[in-house]
Design a protein around this ligand. Structure first.
Ligand SMILES: [Zn+2]
Ligand SMILES: [Zn+2]
Length: 129
């Protein structure tokens, strides 16, 4: 799907920063941090704009964020609606979605409610193995 049609589909107005950041995320198979996005953008975008844009994408379900065990939050296009496993490679440092591995419903003790689940597997990726 193209950036422009994704924005239209989610009823988001088309701004240069939204288009550029979405385009960048669509072209990557690995998750990117705010800083990596800033470094790779061809247009000048301040941190606040990038932060705001990513938040908009997360809220509308276009992208999701991945908790990184020892680094900044990473962002990636959301390809699967269900909670799935994420993988971090210790060799190349890439963090990616494994949408084929769905996280089953987790039974929490009484009185606890779930907002989201984060499941990060750390190891060596296919490319590095
Ligand atoms: Zn790797
Ligand atoms: Zn994911």
């Amino acid at each position: 799907m193209k950036a422009i049609s994704i924005l239209e589909h989610h009823q988001l107005s088309r701004t240069e920063s939204r288009m550029e950041i979405l385009e960048l995320l669509l072209n990557k198979n690995v998750a990117l941090s705010e800083k990596e996005i800033k470094d790779e953008l061809s247009i000048k975008c301040d941190r606040a704009t990038i932060y705001r844009t990513l938040n908009t994408f997360v809220k509308s379900g276009i992208a999701h964020s991945i908790i990184n065990n020892d680094g900044p939050l990473k962002y990636v296009i959301k390809k699967a609606p269900e909670d799935h496993v994420h993988f971090k490679c210790q060799v190349c440092g890439h963090i990616m979605c494994l949408p084929q591995i769905i996280i089953d419903k987790i039974e929490l003790p009484d009185g606890f409610t779930r907002t989201e689940s984060n499941f990060l597997v750390i190891g060596t990726c296919k490319n590095c193995n």
